[in-house]
Write a protein that binds this ligand. Structure first.
Ligand SMILES: Cc1ncc(COP(=O)(O)O)c(C=O)c1O
Length: 385
């Protein structure tokens, strides 16, 4: 059955009546049904305390299954995290490093995927940064940075500033052949671009829900392949981490055999309820369909930017494209322009010395056109100021 996107926009995204919201690479609005799911849990806390404790466990299991489906994993390889940074730190801190090892990342990564690795330099682990060329992290440059001492490659699926999509299948294939652990920060693609952790040879992945997965901040998904489950030490432990998590009377320190060993304690149930509802919406529309619509909207954005003679810094090649379009408006201060756009209720970001827009599937061609009209007016006003 075809899903009616217009009906979803009307029912689920009241934000569209108020704002020209093109900032899903920043923080997204959440669908109405996800907000209701979170509020329902808050009301249960208010009215019943923990009377329905088992229901929350079911809620977590449902969301776990949905996240697993989204990335092509199985539920026992998924844990909930409080943000991407936490998932990255789990791998950085729990990996069986030996002095003299190195890892490879890139100089255009968001800091969340840099500092947990840099910390390892104090333990004599070398951090090698591939230098992006024209904003792209090339597979060949990643491979050239690896040697016999490389134990891990850590990259984003999509670079945050210019939206360049990395060659996950190609880099993953190389890592698998070389026995190198492949970690992916997937926050800039999950929910908008299809993901298949097995096909791409990904060992572990993390993403908070607050961007393309249309969820509140502070709840995200973590994947660790069962092939490497025993290899990474869970460094943060608690009563949830063990096999018999509900047996409080008898200490039995055997770690959960699955990814739940990375969940130390009580869940963010309110966030989880909303996260689960948003994943349900995304899966019911289908990521393939979402990606088709977003690709179309970003194509229109690129064409509008080029027509206006702005400098598009995002990739144009289909395999390098994402939900992000970043462009520079010659002679105009990007920060000033961004603020002026905000004052006109047009929500975007200022990145890479330009303006970054990131539409989701419920946005329309009309909104893209309107955004560029407002932008033109504000750019002229700034030039004349
Ligand atoms: C690539 C990337 N990773 C991570 C984050 C955010 O990390 P966290 O979920 O820890 O807040 C961002 C936010 O902009 C990002 O673009």
């Amino acid at each position: 059955m075809q899903i009616d996107v217009d009906a979803i926009r009307t029912a689920e995204f009241p934000v569209a009546d108020r704002l020209l919201y093109l900032n899903h690479a920043g923080v997204s609005p959440i669908p109405a049904s996800s907000a209701s799911a979170g509020v329902r849990i808050l009301h249960q806390y208010r009215d019943e305390g923990a009377f329905r404790l088992r229901k929350w466990v079911d809620l977590a299991d449902e969301a776990r299954g949905r996240f697993a489906r989204l990335i092509g994993a199985s539920s026992d390889e998924v844990a909930f995290i409080k943000n991407t940074s936490e998932g990255i730190s789990f791998i950085a801190a729990g990996f069986p490093w030996k002095e003299g090892d190195n890892l490879v990342t890139a100089n255009v990564e968001f800091p969340a995927n840099i500092y947990p690795w840099m910390r390892l330099e104090a333990r004599n682990i070398e951090v090698r940064m591939v230098q992006a060329k024209e904003g792209r992290v090339r597979k060949d440059d990643v491979i050239a940075a690896c040697d016999g001492k490389t134990r891990l490659v850590a990259l984003s699926s999509v670079e945050f500033a210019n939206g360049s999509r990395n060659d996950l299948p190609g880099i993953g294939e190389y890592c698998q052949k070389q026995g190198i652990f492949f970690f992916v920060d997937a926050i800039q693609s999950l929910g908008v671009i299809p993901m298949d952790v097995r096909a791409y040879g990904i060992d572990a992945l993390a993403a908070d829900g607050h961007k393309w997965m249309l969820s509140p901040e502070g709840i995200g998904g973590f994947f660790i392949s069962r092939d490497v489950m025993e290899m990474v030490e869970p460094v943060v432990l608690g009563w949830h981490s063990v096999r018999n998590r509900f047996d409080f009377e008898r200490y039995d320190f055997r770690l959960s055999p699955d990814a739940r060993r990375f969940e130390p304690g009580s869940f963010n149930t309110v966030g989880l309820a909303a996260f689960g509802a948003s994943l349900d919406l995304i899966l019911s529309v289908s990521v393939e369909r979402i990606w088709e619509r977003v690709r179309h909207l970003t194509e229109e954005a690129i064409e509008s930017a080029l027509r206006a003679e702005y400098e598009v810094v995002s990739p144009r090649l289909p395999e390098e494209r994402s939900g992000i379009v970043t462009f520079r408006v010659p002679g105009v201060d990007p920060q000033g322009l961004w603020k002026a756009l905000l004052s006109r209720n047009a929500v975007c970001s200022s990145r890479n010395g330009g303006i970054r827009i990131s539409p989701h599937f419920y946005n329309t061609s009309g909104e893209i056109a309107r955004f560029f009209e407002i932008l033109k007016e504000e750019a002229v006003a700034q030039k004349n100021a």
